[in-house]
Design a protein around this ligand. Structure first.
Ligand SMILES: [Zn+2]
Length: 444
């Protein structure tokens, strides 16, 4: 079967439908959130648009109480599930174009959501449509579930499976990560670590909004001290002197790869601690900078899910208490509570933690992984091995499901960044791979 040829006639529709969907600024909006629209007006608009599009293409549509839009085609016992999302992260930062007015430039489609995750969704949608149009799927249902809350913790899929008790797929994939395929995802546990620090000349400090990103700006309100400012300048520390407070500057990156960022709070801790001889701050600033945990008896590495990571995402100091939220990601050998208590022992903190999101690990030789990989390899001639990741996807929230595409190896990820794009040829090629993969899953 020539899947490239099969998908060719859908190329124009793919781009037109995708552009339509990308025009909706489907960012979570608390102000307009209500019972019927749990994620706000614009996410709801996008979920409705998905339903409209599905209906036009001949899918059965269920709006799932405003949490997700479910599109089903075909008959039969076997159910192939595809889990995509239509919510997007806010379009912050410097954009060269309106993030919600898509444009194609240099063969790339630019818009917030183009690669995460509207582009991959539309590719999978038309892949399904093409297979049924060509009568290639027998005794198989394909169900595309498009959620509205992936970026904020996947309440949509939790509602879908645990409140609505929807059917688990026989085989599933989520087109919301990397090719060739992700068969394992680290466990994630946020913990909150507090410590008393006696430094009355520091009035208050704060930085960071979410646990799962490295702190890029950290404000320190303290007694004016020219010597300290001079010391920072001599050391070429990146900071801004705002008269009433200092802002330390780092680099924000996603919490799954804190080693690629620069944590502004830790720079502040280190400099304050070293200069004023505040041991607790020195220790945090110098040791937590090593995001793997090697420097503080918090490290573990495994063959499959690899290294532990610690991302300090939120830090506040008030009334003598430093309060930190750490996003901890761990492999299959780690018991998170043990590692958090090691952390406390080392830094002198007292921590509490939320229910961890457990790690996910599929056998790389199971039917699902082998079949998806076969489709990818046959369409690309790329024999890259499947991957594991520190990021969490819908695969953790949907049974029998792994993350599969649509970022190709060697491509730069622009997800969550300004000027997000997806190369047009990648949109087409992912549709081809998805068509091939769904057909093979149908034949299993
Ligand atoms: Zn996504």
């Amino acid at each position: 079967m020539d899947y490239k040829k099969l998908m060719q006639q859908y190329q124009q529709d793919i781009i037109l439908s995708l552009i339509d969907l990308l025009k909706i600024p489907s960012v979570y909006d608390e102000k307009t959130s209500c019972k019927e629209m749990p994620f706000g007006k614009n996410v709801d608009k996008a979920l409705k648009k998905v339903g409209e599009l599905g209906e036009k293409l001949g899918f059965k549509v269920d709006y799932c109480d405003g949490y997700a839009t479910e599109l089903t085609m075909g008959e039969g016992k076997k159910l192939i599930g595809i889990f995509a999302h239509t919510d997007v992260v806010p379009a912050i930062g410097e954009w060269n174009h309106d993030p919600f007015d898509p444009i194609i430039k240099d063969e790339k489609l630019y818009a917030r959501g183009s690669s995460d995750d509207k582009g991959p969704f539309v590719a999978a949608l038309y892949a399904t449509k093409a297979l049924f149009d060509a009568n290639l799927l027998k005794d198989t249902r394909v169900r595309i579930v498009v959620g509205g809350d992936e970026e904020r913790g996947s309440k949509c899929l939790d509602y879908y499976f645990h409140k609505l008790h929807k059917e688990a797929p026989t085989y599933g994939f989520t087109p919301d990560s990397d090719f060739p395929l992700i068969y394992g995802e680290k466990g994630i546990c946020d913990f909150n670590a507090k410590i008393r620090i006696d430094a009355p000349f520091i009035h208050k400090m704060n930085g960071g909004l979410v646990s799962n990103a490295v702190i890029d700006k950290f404000d320190v309100y303290m007694d004016n001290d020219k010597k300290f400012v001079k010391y920072l300048k001599e050391k070429n520390v990146n900071f801004i002197d705002n008269n009433d407070h200092l802002t330390f500057v780092g680099k924000a990156v996603h919490g799954s790869t804190p080693e690629l960022g620069i944590n502004a709070a830790l720079i502040a801790f280190k400099e304050l601690g070293d200069f004023y001889k505040i041991n607790e701050l020195s220790l945090l600033g110098n040791k937590l900078m090593d995001t793997s945990g090697k420097s503080f008896n918090g490290y573990s590495s495994s063959k499959l899910l690899k290294d532990t990571t610690y991302c300090l995402g939120i830090a506040k100091y008030e009334n003598g208490v430093l309060d930190m939220t750490v996003n901890f990601r761990y492999n299959e050998l780690v018991k998170p509570a043990e590692y958090i208590s090691n952390f406390d022992e080392f830094f002198g903190t007292k921590s509490t933690h939320k229910e961890p999101s457990p790690y996910l690990l599929y056998d790389p030789n199971c039917d699902l992984v082998k079949t998806l990989l076969k489709a990818y390899r046959e369409e690309t001639d790329d024999n890259s091995e499947p991957l594991t990741t520190g990021g969490g996807t819908y695969a953790k929230h949907a049974p029998n499901t792994v993350a599969f595409g649509a970022l190709f190896p060697g491509r730069i990820s622009s997800m969550h960044e300004p000027n997000e794009f997806m190369p047009v040829e990648d949109i087409y090629l992912s549709a081809v791979i998805y068509a091939h993969a769904i057909k093979l899953l149908g034949d299993l």
